[in-house]
Design a protein. Structure first.
Length: 205
């Protein structure tokens, strides 16, 4: 039976709000204390059920359901980040390059901004150009604060504004299957792309 969406969102949004009140460093959920989002069964939940509206790097209004049909690799970053975010994007680019051409056409890469006040569609497009992201494969999204908070909660991404220019956040990316169900979570980058690549290729077949 499909798990109702609203109760799930209530759980994960409470978990994210609690995270926002702590002064501890941002860290991925541990095996001993998994986040509410980490407990969601991929068989029961699709990210594409979220109804919030977003704008992409071309300024187009769209919902997450517009990503349906491809395996998607999703990360939440912000364009003025100078530490973690470039490392995440670089790892996603390595995953893209490692895919055989036939499989690469079935995979998309999605960057969702954690800083919608600054990351306008024009800023996202400039960032994509500077990072040499293929617009046929990469979608960059910006939305309202509520939409960002909701998606972060569902994906288990913890984030917190530290100053006007810096945001602490989980060093994480996720793989969604063609229906928007989470099939892989990668906490941390630089330790090898093998497990993520295997799940991407399996989901893209």
């Amino acid at each position: 039976m499909r798990t109702p969406l609203r109760p799930l969102l209530a759980i994960v949004l409470v978990a994210l709000a609690a995270c926002g009140r702590t002064s501890a460093p941002i860290a991925p959920p541990s095996a001993d204390a998994p986040s509410a989002a980490a407990d969601l069964s991929p068989a029961d939940f699709s990210v594409y059920d979220l109804e919030a509206r977003w704008r992409d790097q071309e300024g187009r209004d769209r919902g997450l359901a517009s990503l349906r049909g491809k395996t998607q690799v999703v990360a939440m970053v912000y364009t003025t980040c100078t530490h973690t975010c470039p490392a995440i994007v670089a790892e996603l680019k390595r995953l893209e390059a490692a895919l055989p051409a036939g499989e690469r056409a079935k995979v998309g890469f999605v960057l969702v901004s954690l800083d919608p006040a600054r990351d306008t569609p024009a800023q996202l497009k400039a960032f994509a150009t500077s990072m040499r992201l293929d617009p046929a494969a990469w979608t960059l999204l910006t939305g309202g604060e509520d939409a960002v908070r909701e998606l972060a909660a569902v994906l288990g991404i913890r984030y917190r504004a530290e100053t006007d220019a810096q945001i602490s956040h989980s060093n994480t990316y996720l793989v969604l299957d063609t229906a928007g169900r989470m099939v892989h979570r990668q906490d941390g980058v630089g330790s090898g792309t093998g497990p993520a690549l295997a799940r991407i290729r399996a989901a893209a077949r």
